[in-house]
Design a protein around this ligand. Sequence first.
Ligand SMILES: Nc1nc2c(c(=O)[nH]1)N[C@H]1C(S)=C(S)[C@@H](COP(=O)(O)OP(=O)(O)OC[C@H]3O[C@@H](n4cnc5c(N)ncnc54)[C@H](O)[C@@H]3O)O[C@H]1N2
Ligand code: MOO
Length: 449
Amino acid sequence: MVVMDSTDATDAGDASDPDRRSSGFKNRTKLAEARRQLLGDISPHERIDNLSLGQADSRVLAEPITAPRAVPGYERAAMDGWAVQAHDTFGAGDRSPKVLQVADDTAESVPDTPVGPNEAVRVHTGSALPDGANAVVMIEQVTQVGTEIEVFDAVTERENVAPIGEDVAESQSLYNPGHQLRPSDLGLLKSVGHDRVQVYERPTVGVIPTGEELVQSNPGPGEVVETNGLTVSHLANRWGGIATYRNVVTDDPAALRAAIQRDLTKDVVVTTGGSSVGSRDLVPEIIDTLGSVLVHGVALKPGHPVALGIIEDTPVIILPGYPVAAIVNAVQFLRPILKYMGHLPCNSPPTTTAQLSQKIPSEPGVRTFARVRTETTTAADSDIDTDAYIDTNTDTKNVISTIAKPTRASGSGVLSSVALADGWVIVPESREGLDAGETVSVEQWEWST
Ligand SMILES: Nc1nc2c(c(=O)[nH]1)N[C@H]1C(S)=C(S)[C@@H](COP(=O)(O)OP(=O)(O)OC[C@H]3O[C@@H](n4cnc5c(N)ncnc54)[C@H](O)[C@@H]3O)O[C@H]1N2
Ligand code: MOO
């Protein structure tokens, strides 16, 4: 047991069960309730970054955006050809061309020769429409003979002319706050004349791996290579956060306290390891001295020892040390909190439908995350269908059926069961295992941003 400074002790609440070490995790909080407790008292922050467009991809707008100017801002030719007065071409046909005088054939971007009756001025795609013209005849419909052109097809008024504001009208409303910027948005913003945008700051996360057995490389007997901090930091970055991956902190109360306190300037603190009920599992008790543990023990597998707490206004996620348990819980708790704080939607990860190759055991009342590899059966004649890369609406592999094979039924220390898997099958609390042959959804959680 840790000896705690009594001046720091705060109301422990239900979650910091003083008998936890002897009782273990008999009463586990349901996953949804645990998330509710974590998100209950926090709100999305309102801090704003003012960024150039080049830095703004994937960021969330904090301001409404309207177009300061129209695009195009001038009437422009939509085709290479000749600017004309449309009525001069009426009646033109293959055998009865209309003859017009060439007033200018230099194809300037801003032609300065006006188009008079029965005249034509050469334009290129994007040229400003010259004064007097109201249509463009495509070059394919014309034969130039010296200072004249023969027009073989009539054009109507405005034909092949892009009007002012065809793309975006001046003052048009384009985006609302909360919109996550995509590359096409950056292009549109630039075209209407914005060069900077106000976006929400990304929430910051301190990721603190704990455990005196952890080393960064070359483990000796009893030593383990630190992986959780690296993985969880990068997950946090994918979910819209900015992670600071801290050095490993040893199982020493003073060192743990100092490390956690240092990161209270962050929006979220994540620790890994020391979450359980062993004599060196100190983190939940330390959180309880600095703030309060809201939940300790959740009805999920792997990783039921996870704890959730709050210190001042900073949520703290205490991930279990076993790497698979750390990842499963990061997806369950860190992902939604970062999305929420960063004003991002928290969409379900993409899924594939598959048939289970074998039974997956699970305990009723516990949500179980069974890592699976998917194997597809493809049409006999081709492994990879090149046509599918040409017509990308079709499947690249001619998939006939997909089978989900559990990589490992248990073993939350087995990191390869996640890293060499394609996703996981979630066994709901209402089921006691899933049967071989069942149709399941494989959640490709790592592909969700
Ligand atoms: N008596 C009980 N013991 C355990 C229970 C239980 O209910 N009763 N639950 C087990 C489960 S489930 C898990 S998950 C672990 C979680 O415990 P901790 O959070 O205290 O994890 P540690 O003991 O610190 O570490 C477990 C394991 O993972 C390795 N580890 C830790 N941190 C890292 C890291 N950053 N990178 C890579 N590997 C790490 C550590 O060396 C251990 O091997 O508790 C069970 N015990
Ligand atoms: O629930 Mo634990 O993470 O399976 O060993």
